[in-house]
Each structure stands twice: as C-alpha cells, then as structure tokens.
Write a protein that binds this ligand. Structure first.
Ligand code: AMP
Length: 518
C-alpha cells in the first residue's frame, strides 16, 4: 500500500479544479505562468501510467529528465502508479553525468519531459510532445500495479567519492513514514482563515529537499509554488513571483534564505500569509534565524536535519528567539517517531549524552541501500537489533552529540561538503579532474568562512609545466562542464609543482585547509 498515492487520488476527487502545482516557465523574453489542477495531475499521470504498463516489458526504474515543468510531477506519479521507481534528473545535469546514471540504472525508457540534450543512446527516449499526447490518449490504468511497501518509490543520485554518483533508493513505506511526520510539522500552519496551504518549492527535484514540499503538499491536499532556477538570475522577477504565490509554508536551504535576506523587500509584506519556514540540508545559523524572525514576525522557524539516505529529514526543532540568540549554529533537534539516533564511536559503541561521535540513524525511513552498490552498502548500511526488532541503520559520517534531548552537529567526518546547499564529495570532483588529460595529482579543498563552505579550490599538479594558467583553467572548466554539474566545478584552480605530503606519504589536506565546526 502507498498512503501518499491513495491520498493523491482522494484529493483529486475532492477538489479536482484546485491548483496542485504552479510555476514560471522560461520563454523567449521572460517567464510565463504555468499551472496544473488536481484532476489534470490525476488524469494525466493515470493515462501515462497506463501506457507504461501496457508497453514496457520490465519494471526497471525510469529516468525522468527536466526541471520544474508540471509534467515532471505527472511523469513521477505515472512511474510509481505503474509500479516503477523514478529517477529525477535535473536539467542542469551534464551529458556525462546523465550517461553515468543511465549506465547504472539501465532504464528501459527515459521520459525526457523538457527535451534536454545529452540523452544516452542506450535507452529509448520519449520527448515532451509524445509524453503530452500519451497523457491524453493512452488507456487508463487501474493502479493495481502501483508501488507499495518495500517497492522503490524513487532513486535520488548524490555525489559519490568514486567519481560516479550513487543512487539512494527510497521505498514507498519510507516515504509514507516520512510524510506522516512532515505533515505534522506543517499541521495547522496557514495565514488564511480557510483554504488549502501553499508550499514554496526551491530545490530542484533531483535534490531530496524537494520531497519535503512536493510530497507534503500532495499528502495534505495543498498547492506547490515552484521557483525555477533561471528565475534566480532576475531578482526583480523572483520577488514579483514570490508576492504572487501567497505562500503559507516555505521550504528551502538556509543558503537560499540568506540570499533573499540580502534584499530588505524579503519580509512579511511580501508574503503576508507565511507562517512557517522549514529548513534542511545544511547548518542554520542563529544569525539567519534572527534576521528571518525580524523580517517575518508571524512565521515560525523550524530547523530539520537528515541525509537523503534516510528520506529527507529525521529530526526537527522549532527555533525560539533564545535559541537563536544563544547558538551560532542551531541544534538539529529531536528525532521523529519511528527514528532513533545513536551517537557512536569508531568501534560502534554507543556514547552517552554530551560525548561527540558519529550520528547513526536507525528506523523506519532508512533506505534499503544504494542502487547496485554492494561495497558502499556494506560500508554504511546495516541493521540494528534491539527489543526484538530488526531495523535498518545508516552511518551518516556526520559528527555530533546530544545534549538536553537535542542533537547538535559538528561537521563531517569525511570529505563531503555542502556548498550553497548542494551535497558534494570532494573526491568526486578530484576524480573527474584526474580523468582530464595532463593531470598528475589533484586535491580539492573547501574554503570556509565561519565554518561554512564558501568556495572550492582545486590544487593541481600537471605532468608537464603549465604554459598559460588562464588557458589551462579554461580547458579544465570546459572539460568538467561535460562531466559534473556546474555547482561542483571549483571556482579557483591553482597550478603547483608539488602538493604537501604527510609523513605517511598522502596528500596533506590539513596543510591546505582549516578545521572542523565543534
Ligand atoms: P542531503 O543528502 O543532500 O540532504 O545531505 C545530507 C547532509 O547534509 C547531512 O548528512 C549533513 O551533513 C547535512 N545536513 C543536513 N541537514 C543539516 C542541518 N540542519 N544542519 C547541518 N547539516 C545538515
């Protein structure tokens, strides 16, 4: 059974003509409003699912490529209604990366919703015109094959230290368990006397933060107002759009709120109904919370924490003014029902309150593991057996401690960073630079300010002297653009004759960077 899919059908029956999803679409010379009703979502995804059921031979996950077109949502639901997981691939993904994802997933079909370039030749591809036609003409399906329980609902690919992205599998049950909690966080939140709740979506669908707004809105019968990334290039248009949304609930990374807070117009007058900020994905600072509280006196602020591997988020805390004043970086909060957080030392022993160790997540939203990645699964996933129960467990490699019932974050124990909210394995960038001709040794170092990563710097040794640093930077950037998303490309490239080495012969990263957060 899938509670969320059942609820979506019920909402579509109850208010077919309400808007479920709205956004702006980039057209020549600007942006135009596009929207979709609940009945359109239900009808179109049902017919597209009917097509998939009747035409496809296997149940392989399908890639759904595009950005924020309403048809993306239709395609996601069509996959799961036909019993297939979907893999969201954002329009910003370069061809090399799409190829790597497709090679791992081996999808029988790719739904190229926004007609992106760089589709791999190995799979059949349907473009937007064909998909739209199928949404109108394909035979309906009866939903008897829809995903449920331990079936995979979606696979989100995140940066991997091997230079290839790894696919996090999230089951229908994990998603339902997450939503039972996320809808409580949003319960009762509205600036209006009546009516449905409007959620702001900031994150691309290939980032699991988007699951927070997208699915909590779908689960509760609300509306999603999605901000397309190109709109960030036109702040005036972005603010005009925000004003038009009448949003009740805001979901974003703290970085995005910081970006908007730089403009004094980001306040309660712009969004008079806004009553809740939900943050996840990176540290929320006391200063950001204080500035938001001053700009939005009617809104609550909630910090949440969790990795993609445990379905979006597993802890939350409502940020009080005292908490914001006292903490440079806010606590992560307490775990949701169904989740248990353990702080472990290197030997796997559970540590008492106050002691710093690794944050280990146990419970009902932990993924069954990465897609076809046995080695990595053995390293980070496991089971926790206690009280006669066998629950899934995930080693986050986040350092933290618990105090007075709240979890606190102390940075990463490995080479993963968050830059502007994006999760990046530094080794992923290094491997992709090393794959370019002429490279001998590479190390990518995060540059931090107040503990927060602000930039990435690649220190490179080439196997022949670099004649022109400017031309070489251009060449490397050009090559990287084909392989990794833009946000992963370092801002600075430093060419060196050698890199500092530790006593045991490894590259001395510490000599090139500065400290952790606790
Ligand atoms: P992602 O899978 O993209 O959601 O990234 C998960 C990682 O982001 C976690 O393992 C943490 O390192 C970091 N993270 C998520 N939420 C928070 C938070 N509220 N505060 C600090 N770091 C966070």
């Amino acid at each position: 059974m899938s509670v969320v899919l059942d609820k979506i059908r019920l909402h579509a029956k109850a208010h077919p003509n309400s808007v479920v999803y709205a956004t702006l679409k980039q057209v020549a010379g600007g942006f135009e409003n596009v929207q979709m009703t609940w009945s359109e979502l239900d009808e179109n995804s049902n017919r597209l699912a009917g097509y998939l059921t009747s035409r496809l031979k296997s149940k392989t996950p399908l890639l759904v490529c595009g950005h924020k077109d309403p048809l993306m949502l239709v395609a996601f639901l069509a996959c799961v209604r036909s019993g297939r997981a979907y893999v969201p691939v954002d329009a910003s993904t370069p061809a090399g990366r799409i190829g790597a994802i497709a090679a791992t997933v081996e999808p029988e079909l790719i739904l190229n919703v926004e007609d992106m370039d760089g589709m791999p030749k190995s799979s059949a591809v349907l473009g937007s015109t064909e998909i739209r036609a199928l949404c109108e003409t394909a035979p309906r399906c009866d939903d008897s094959e829809q995903v449920s329980g331990e079936d995979i609902h979606y696979i989100i690919f995140t940066s991997g230290s091997t230079g290839l992205p790894k696919g996090v599998r999230i089951t229908a049950k994990c998603l339902d368990n997450f939503l039972a909690w996320s809808q409580e966080l949003a319960a009762g939140v509205t600036g209006k006397a009546t009516g449905n709740r409007i959620f702001i979506n900031q994150a691309p669908f290939s980032f699991d933060l988007s699951v927070f707004d997208l699915y909590t809105a779908l689960y509760t019968g609300g509306t999603i107002q999605a901000i397309p990334t190109p709109l960030l290039g036109d702040m005036k248009a972005l603010f005009a759009y925000l004003k038009s949304t009448w949003a009740d609930i805001w979901v974003s990374t703290p970085s995005f709120a910081d970006l908007l807070l730089a403009d004094n117009a980001f306040d309660q007058d712009l969004l008079p109904n806004l009553r809740l900020f939900l943050f996840c994905g990176e540290s929320l600072t006391g200063r950001t919370a204080q500035r938001l509280a001053a700009a939005f006196p009617k809104a609550r602020i909630t910090n949440t924490y969790g990795p993609t591997e445990s379905t979006v988020a597993v802890t939350s805390v409502e940020v009080t003014p005292e908490m914001a004043a006292k903490n440079a970086v806010l606590p992560l909060g307490a775990e949701k029902t169904g989740t248990r957080i353990l702080i472990m030392d290197e030997k796997g022993e559970v540590l008492p309150d106050g002691k710093k160790g690794e944050i280990v997540i146990v419970g009902d939203t932990v993924s069954p593991g990465y897609w076809k990645n046995a080695a990595k699964n053995a390293e980070v996933f496991g089971t926790y057996d206690a009280d006669g129960r066998h629950e899934r467990l995930y080693h986050t490699h986040d350092a933290g401690y618990r105090k007075d019932g709240l979890l606190y974050y102390c940075g990463r124990m490995d080479k993963q960073v968050k830059l502007h909210g994006y999760r990046i394995e530094l080794e992923d960038i290094e491997r992709n630079i090393l794959a370019i001709s002429g490279m001998e040794r590479v190390v990518v170092i995060p540059e931090r300010m107040n503990g927060e990563v602000k930039d990435l710097v690649a220190h490179i040794v080439e196997n022949a002297p670099v004649q022109s640093a400017i031309k070489e930077r251009q060449r490397i950037r050009g090559e990287l653009k084909k392989r990794i998303p833009e946000y992963m490309i370092p801002r600075k490239f430093v060419f060196k004759d050698s890199l500092p080495i530790t006593q045991n012969g490894k590259i001395d990263r510490k000599a090139l960077e500065n400290g952790d957060q606790c």
